[in-house]
Ligand binder design. Structure first.
Ligand code: FAD
Ligand code: UDP
Length: 386
């Protein structure tokens, strides 16, 4: 990047440069512009805004998610209130089936799963709890993602639902992964077959990209896509006073302590000549013999009516865009070294899933960005009064 950022006078053309137009970068940019009256330049190396939540209509006119299915759910009123300034909502509760032993059964495992899989007739929560207790293998100290599941449901269900899926998704065994990963999936004794139980579950009515356009629509925000920070990292101080970085933290510091591991995915999007493909928004395929982890069908999520339908297969991959930080102790140790560097880098703020190396959902990233803005705001207040 050269001439476009020449300042008309001594003042730099922008107060802030924000790298990344996903949730983290967009929310921070909006807060800085609307609350501080700051002039903000947002760049993204992709040719669009929205980060991994980006959606667009495909050639058939069906709204699909380019980077895999994104379902919004949260227990945070603050996050809902914030985003509701920029979108209306369409209520949607996600349901998932797992393809196991030639049956499609509810996941998270619930009473229906047990009855359908094992030909049982468990009628109450108590009966299901007793049954699970008879299969569970209590683990004294739950240390990893295998322990979590074995402790709750025993080895057979672990192998059927979790072992194969997790090995495919992460490229390592569940015993090598932090317990927080499979702990995302509860076990239920009732027949609630929703994937999430958060009090707010809905999709932005016009889609995510439309919501991002409004978040970034403030007149003090300028957005440039197809621009990679690494192309002018040595010169950014010529154009802005402060940098907000939402890309991978190890990349920012030139991988000086080594690369932080990320897991990637390949998406196979297909549009079919049929109105409906599957009974729920997502079907999971835990079997090690099937190379993909899940298939999602967007019309369930969006409510769109169309004679055709678009689905996405997810194939986990070691190569490609960094989608998932891999939660395990040695990676956290490495991240901490980068975090120390980040903490001592005064004029740069690190925020978002990749910059803080956290396996966070969208609502958690919005919450993190709002909290980060509050801290920036307090710092500014302190400086202002001194
Ligand atoms: P991102 O969305 O990754 O945005 C970072 C942006 O920075 C990217 O656009 C990138 O191009 C840009 N960037 C990075 N480096 C540079 C650079 N050097 N120069 C310029 N630009 C740069 N969450 C949910 O709540 N519900 C779900 O159902 C859900 N499903 C998911 C499914 C998949 C397959 C994946 C991968 C994630 C899912 N998530 C879901 C998580 C969700 O995607 C994230 O929480 C959220 O998108 C993180 O926002 P972010 O701004 O931190 O990062
Ligand atoms: N998981 C599994 N089987 C399933 C669903 C999930 O083993 O049918 C494990 C797997 O390790 C996965 C993790 O639980 O990565 C979290 O699942 P989630 O659906 O939250 O993953 P995400 O949507 O973030 O990819």
């Amino acid at each position: 990047m050269n001439a476009p950022f020449a300042a008309p006078n001594d003042r730099k053309p922008y107060d802030y440069l924000v790298v990344g137009a996903g949730f983290a970068g967009s929310v921070i940019a909006e807060r800085l512009a609307s609350q501080h009256g700051a002039r903000v330049l947002v760049i993204d190396r992709r040719n669009h805004i929205g980060g991994n939540a980006y959606d667009e209509p495909n050639e058939a006119g069906i709204l699909y998610h380019k980077y895999g299915p994104h379902i919004f759910h949260t227990n945070s009123d603050a996050v809902v209130d914030y985003l509701s300034q920029f979108t209306e909502w369409r209520p949607y509760e996600h349901r998932v089936r797992a393809s196991v032993r030639d049956k499609l059964v509810p996941i998270p495992i619930n009473r229906t799963t047990l009855n359908e899989l094992f030909g049982l007739d468990l009628k109450t929560d108590e009966e299901a709890a007793e049954y699970l207790a008879s299969r569970a293998e209590p683990v004294d100290e739950i240390k990893n993602s295998e322990d979590v599941v074995i402790n709750a449901v025993g080895r057979e269900l672990y192998e059927l639902f979790f072992q194969g899926y997790t090995r495919k998704q992460w490229g390592i065994d569940p015993s090598e992964l932090d317990k927080s990963v499979t702990a995302r999936i509860p076990t239920r004794t009732n027949t609630d077959d929703r994937y999430f139980t958060d009090k707010f579950q809905a999709m932005p009515s016009g889609g995510y990209t439309a919501m991002f356009k409004r978040i970034l629509g403030h007149p003090l925000i300028e957005v440039r896509t197809g621009v990679d920070f690494s192309d002018f990292r040595d010169r950014w101080k010529q154009i802005a006073d402060h940098l907000v970085f939402t890309g991978p933290i190890d990349e920012y510091f030139d991988h000086r302590f080594g690369k932080l591991p990320y897991r990637s995915l390949k998406f196979d999007h297909q549009t079919l000549e049929q109105e409906r493909f599957q009974e729920t928004g997502t079907v999971n395929y835990p079997s090690p013999d099937i190379p993909y982890t899940r298939i999602s069908e967007y019309k369930h999520l969006t409510g769109q009516e169309h004679p055709r339908t678009t689905i996405t297969y997810e194939y986990p991959s070691a190569e490609g865009d960094p989608y998932y930080p891999i939660p395990r102790p040695e990676n956290q140790e490495l991240f901490k070294r980068y975090e120390e560097l980040a903490d001592s880098t005064e004029d740069v703020t690190f925020v978002g899933r990749l910059a803080t190396y956290r396996y966070y959902n969208m609502d958690q990233i919005v919450g993190q960005a709002l909290a980060t803005f509050r801290r920036m705001d307090e710092k500014r207040g302190t400086r202002g009064s001194s």
